[in-house]
Design a protein around this ligand. Structure first.
Ligand code: ADP
Ligand code: 5GP
Length: 205
């Protein structure tokens, strides 16, 4: 019997480096599936539909909500973001780990439905570094930068409800830490009871 895959949720204040770290994690661990979210925001340069997000019109997004197609959704900085439910459950049952990158409110909604998931909070090494990263990315207006920095304080408070915290001082190190958490989680006794039972059955054979 296949073990259920892990539901992995990564959150953190905007500009921390979630996108960068998740991309590097997936490149190093292609066995992990990424849950592509739907959003009403416009694509940033280099972003591809169906890869980074499903870029969706507001009316179509509202239809997805009405049809119950989303595991969770939230309005973030004036745009809708949501997690399509389809495929997540199937992948987990097939034993595949599924990675979700979500802001904190959406993540806490998912936690209610999947308390056994792995909730990882990615933080910047400092707030001045966070601001430097948001500005350095060059994708936000002054107003949007101010909003994201203002939200960071509340976001950090919600971060206390996560299972793990990873500091993104260096991308490779952050990826290493997340991979270590996943390895430990896969080795948990609760996740391996059936395997141990199988071994026991074979005793003396
Ligand atoms: P988020 O997805 O959390 O909003 P991004 O992945 O878009 O953040 O990263 C924000 C900016 O910070 C990008 O320009 C990215 O290249 C940069 N960045 C990410 N991680 C690091 C790091 N460890 N050190 C320095 N810069 C980083
Ligand atoms: P960005 O516009 O920078 O890509 O994302 C803005 C915020 O939306 C980030 O904090 C990101 O984690 C979050 N986000 C992305 N997809 C989803 C989703 O499906 N649901 C929720 N609740 N948040 C999401």
């Amino acid at each position: 019997m296949k073990k259920q895959g892990l539901l992995i949720v990564v959150s953190g204040p905007s500009g921390t480096g979630k996108g960068t770290v998740c991309k590097a994690l997936l490149a190093a661990h292609p066995e992990i599936a990424y849950s592509v979210s739907a959003t009403t925001r416009s694509p940033r340069e280099g972003e591809q539909n169906g890869v980074n997000y499903y870029f969706t019109e507001k009316a179509a997004f509202e239809k997805m909500i009405a049809n119950g197609e989303l595991l969770e959704w939230a309005e973030v900085y004036g745009n809708y973001y949501g997690t399509p439910l389809e495929k997540i459950q199937a992948k987990l049952s097939e034993g595949q780990d599924v990675l979700l990158e979500l802001e904190t409110h959406g993540a806490m909604k998912v936690k209610k439905q999947f308390p056994e998931g792995l909730y990882i909070y990615l933080v910047p090494p400092s707030l001045p570094e966070l601001e430097k990263r948001i500005r350095g990315r060059g994708t936000e207006t002054e107003e949007s930068i101010a909003r994201r920095l203002g939200a960071a304080a509340t976001e950090l408070e919600i971060g206390k409800h996560y299972s793990y915290v990873v500091v993104n001082d260096d991308v490779d190190r952050a990826v290493e830490h997340i991979a270590a958490i996943l390895t430990a989680e896969h080795c948990r006794i609760e996740r391996n009871i059936e395997f141990i039972d199988e071994l026991e059955k074979g005793k003396g054979k």
